[in-house]
Ligand binder design. Structure first.
Ligand code: PLP
Length: 443
């Protein structure tokens, strides 16, 4: 459709006047207006195309405006745009079947939510109700979503089986580049992180701990795959103490690491151990319609065969979301999109980013896999002192000036393009990054 720069100005004005933004001091904002997108690119009302290496919030795994997903949403909207969760709907069944099949034989059913945070909420709910324990262990370096008070504020009966918004504790997970355990090798880091986890469980009381919530590859916290042996150690500890292992695959799942689920990757989980619950969202349908969910093991699913599951959402299994999941998974399968993400990581992004680090001393560490990479930026490679926020701000500006839309977190630039990104687009991103680092270093 025709782009009119006046619409861009109006979008900006309306946003600044009426829209209240996430995670921000409202007066400081200067949002980038996006009018459209296709594949790995987005554009404003001036028609200028930007390479989106952020995948928005690391969710447009299939790229922007994939025609098959758009068509499936349109078709479903014309047939049935909404349906109560209690009724059965073909799109929902087809979506759940595909997700269970991708998760593999350790899984039986799917509970659909509106996004990632409530997927985590419901996974924790299932763990607490089935173990009849309450504490939840996660790691300090993690992000699992932004809800938690809503059910505690609820007044009707649904609150009562859920009155447990307490008992969260955190451990340090393995992360060699910024090790909390003074480790010098991945094997050491793995062993010490597992020892710390098990000692924490013992000291807290194993009879009080329901769940262990772990991002299979921590995302916003800095993209660091666990060392070989860590997930196998987690599985063994969870079994030993009757704790439910919840794999948070909200960001890492559905192609991001070059696998359907990050925990299935040989590099992430060489022993092939299987979690009890998987929380997903984002890449399952690339966020075309908000959705998330929990993939449930046969044992935990069966625990609610005779007993009521005290959880639900008006839009659980919303047909537009379900149709978009079916189309998205089918297109990712048919078009080899997950395999593309893997190939891009191994042959283009990984080598390209490592070559950048050879050139720019500011890049202290390059980590990642698939289309899931972080550049950990430092003032000094020996001390690994993180760069100041102003450096990240300057880099973002230089990248935007080169028509590359970046993702920044703390002292890092995350290079997280859609799974459909091409080698030529990766090259474009690498050139822009190279120039931006040069400009910021010289400036
Ligand atoms: N878990 C992880 C690993 C995430 O990265 C996110 C969002 O970034 C969430 C959970 C929360 O998902 P949502 O924002 O859809 O609620």
């Amino acid at each position: 459709s025709e782009l009119d720069p006046a619409d861009g100005a109006r979008a900006y004005e309306l946003d600044r006047q009426y829209v209240f933004h996430s995670w921000s001091a409202q007066a400081t904002l200067d949002p980038f207006v996006i009018a459209g997108g296709s594949g790995s690119e987005v554009w404003g009302y001036d028609g200028v195309r930007y390479l989106d290496i952020s995948s928005q919030l690391v969710n447009t795994n299939i790229g922007h405006s994939h025609p098959k997903v758009v068509a499936a949403i349109q078709k479903q909207a014309a047939e049935l745009a909404t349906v109560a969760p209690a009724h059965a709907n073909l799109a929902r069944g087809e979506a759940a079947k595909r997700i269970v099949e991708k998760a593999g034989p350790g899984f039986a059913k799917v509970f659909f939510t509106n996004g990632g945070a409530d997927a985590i909420e419901n996974a924790i709910r299932m763990a607490r109700l089935t173990t009849r324990k309450h504490k939840v262990i996660s790691t300090f370096r993690s992000y699992h979503g932004n809800t938690g008070a809503s059910i505690a504020a609820t007044g009707d009966w649904r609150r009562m089986p859920n009155e447990y918004a307490w008992g969260h504790l955190r451990v340090f997970g393995p992360f060699l580049y910024r090790s909390e355990f003074h480790s010098t090798t991945e094997a050491e880091e793995c062993e010490r992180a597992l020892q710390h986890l098990e000692r924490t469980i013992q000291a807290e009381g194993p009879d009080t701990i329901a769940a262990l919530v772990l991002e299979s590859v921590p995302g916003t916290a800095g993209i660091f795959a666990p060392p070989a042996g860590y997930l196998a150690g987690v599985r063994a500890i969870a079994d030993k103490y009757n704790i439910v292992w919840i794999a948070d695959e909200v960001m890492a799942g559905f192609g991001r690491t070059g696998e359907w689920f990050a925990w299935q990757g040989q590099g992430v989980n060489p022993e092939g151990v299987v979690p009890d619950l998987i929380a997903f969202a984002k890449g399952v349908n690339s966020g075309y319609v908000p959705v998330g969910g929990v993939v449930i093991s046969p044992k935990i699913a069966a625990a609610f065969d005779e007993r009521v599951f005290p959880g639900g959402l008006t839009y659980s299994g919303h047909p537009l979301a379900m149709a978009s999941i079916v189309a998205s998974i089918d297109a990712m399968e048919d078009e080899g999109i997950v395999a593309n993400a893997k190939m891009i990581g191994e042959q283009h992004l990984g080598p390209g980013l490592r070559a950048l680090a050879e050139k720019h001393a500011m890049i202290g560490d390059v980590r990642g896999l698939g289309v899931f990479w972080a550049l950990d930026l430092v003032t000094d490679r020996a001390t690994r002192e993180p760069v100041a926020a102003s450096v990240i701000g300057a880099l973002k500006k230089e990248l935007m000036a080169r028509h590359v839309l970046p993702f920044a977190a703390e002292n890092r630039i995350h290079v997280v393009p859609p799974c459909v990104v091409t080698p030529a687009e990766v090259e474009r991103a690498l050139v822009a990054l190279d120039e931006a680092f040069t400009a910021v270093t010289q400036g």
